[in-house]
Ligand binder design. Sequence first.
Ligand code: S3P
Length: 434
Amino acid sequence: MSLGWLARPGSALRGELAIPGDKSISHRAIMLAAIADGTSRVSGFLEGEDTRATARIFGQLGVAIESPSPSERIVHGVGLYGLTGSAEPLDCGNAGTGMRLLSGLLAGQGFDSILAGDESLSRRPMRRVIEPLMAMGARIESESGGLPPLRIHSNNNLQSIDYELQIASAQVKSAVLLAGLYAQGDTIVREAHPTRDYTERMLAALGWPIEFRPGFARLSGGHRLRATNIQVPADFSSAAFFLVAATLVPGSDLLLRRVGMNPRRTGLLTALRLMGADITLENAGKQGGEAVADLRVCHTPLRGIIVPEALVPDMIDEFPALFAAAALADGETRITGAAELRLKETDRIAAMTAALQLLGADIAETPDGAVIQGGNLHGGSVGSRGDHRVAMSLAIAAQRASGEVRIGDCANVATSFPGFLELASASGFGLRLA
Ligand code: S3P
């Protein structure tokens, strides 16, 4: 039976919140620690279904991973060539990041692998990684249309590539770089629109020689990774739901601790400030090589904006939350250049448009975005299409609706934000299981 929520306006959002660890960094921490020499400790690991699936997969591939306490992992790295194949499919669950990065990492192994996923992941496009990896010599079979499951054949002879990304995607960039660890010669990835650089940063932190700057990364095969301790900051994308909610709910004053502030992730902060939000950074510093800060957010009325297209890659996961903000802002918000949203866990443009329309919003979708007239929302029954970020964004919108909002199919919130319901309720949200 699908898990539903009942959301209604609660009280002002107040207090201090500890947001769970970053999903992108947690995936990469397990992957790179697994193929490093020696033992790494990962703290702040996201206990989400996506990242746990990645950890489980490395267990299947012969890596011993201990969980001494929640949000901690001790990874006994097996070295670059120490993984062992699994006859069973490797189940990535709902995680596009898991599947795409693993495609690159497994393309140059001396064993075959099958990468599989849930119903949503099984509909997501993999040609974007298959093509560059096959150009490197990888042998990968997919279902028709480039869909999972992927059958990756053993290959000890990957060649390097100089690859220009066709779409802004950190997952594709990372897949190519991870394959590049096993390839002969210099692998280069060029990006017209720079994306999150966690793979590059973490490779450097584990001692792999890599040259990188926004839009460019180069590494060569034939080195080794050294184990290290990795401290994962709080996930900006999870914090984003509270940034929007506290902005929308009168009287709110919320402090979010030690949130990752990598500039390739914080586009929503810029967009919300353009809309008039009151968000300040306190205690800005570094944690494990990543910029972090405490974010204080107080309620302010929002006005509609034209979202600058240059911000899109830096806030790609935050559009569902932005839809909620825009639907409750004063005036019109225009989103363009965001067609990638249609290829996420669900088509997020269609899902947010349909759900907010059911609550009375005036939204017109376009092929690559939407035009949203801000106004008021009423209650109703809406679907999240099994998408974690859609579900949480609708819970935010409901905090300002005039009636109760039933949100269907919320179980996948556990993929990225376990404990959202409890944390949100404790901070003032009107939210409970239906
Ligand atoms: C991610 C990259 C982004 C993002 C996803 C995580 C990553 O996907 O949407 O949630 O960790 O590299 P794309 O590379 O498809 O844009």
